[in-house]
Design a protein around this ligand. Structure first.
Ligand code: FES
Ligand code: FES
Length: 160
């Protein structure tokens, strides 16, 4: 079956792909476009491992159809680093050892960036509330929250 032709923008690049009507954006990213940063944890919108941003909104890509990306701006974790230079969130996750198995990490980083884009100076409570849709079975969350607060700090200083 040829599928639906979709034209979209992913991490600033114009991208065209064919997909089946029932295919999720997560499957398109991973299986057709080789963007495997977003992970499938649950496939039902409960874990946040598949988080991406579509037209400025944080979404679970397992709940979005690939065809819905038509004409949209999609941002994934692959778009965060600038060449060899990690995004401050990625750097802080490393420094704080805020990951173990790493399955949840791209989703946390994409979600945290969406928070910092809206609120550059979040409280710990705001970080915890915002990330409530992202599950981690390994870290106990504290290191993740410290990493996000640390990255926010660095980003504010860099903007001065
Ligand atoms: S895989 Fe999408 S929310 Fe879990
Ligand atoms: S680091 Fe393993 S699930 Fe979060």
């Amino acid at each position: 079956m040829p599928g639906i032709a979709v034209s979209t923008t992913i991490n600033g690049d114009e991208v065209e792909f064919l997909c089946q009507p029932e295919e999720t954006l997560l499957d398109v990213l991973r299986d057709r476009l080789e963007l495997t940063g977003a992970k499938e944890g649950c496939g039902t919108g409960d874990c946040g491992a598949c988080s991406v941003v579509v037209d400025g909104r944080l979404v679970c890509s397992c709940l979005v159809l690939g065809a819905e990306a038509q004409g949209k701006q999609v941002e994934t974790v692959e778009g965060l680093a600038s060449g060899d230079v990690l995004h401050p969130l990625q750097q802080k996750f490393l420094e704080h050892a805020a990951l173990q198995c790493g399955i949840c990490t791209p989703g946390f980083i994409v979600a945290a960036k969406a928070l910092l884009d809206r609120q550059p100076d979040p409280s710990e409570k705001e970080v915890r509330y915002w990330l409530a849709g992202n599950l981690c079975r390994c870290t106990g969350y504290d290191k993740i929250v410290r990493a996000v607060l640390g990255a926010a700090d660095d980003m504010r200083k860099a903007a001065l």
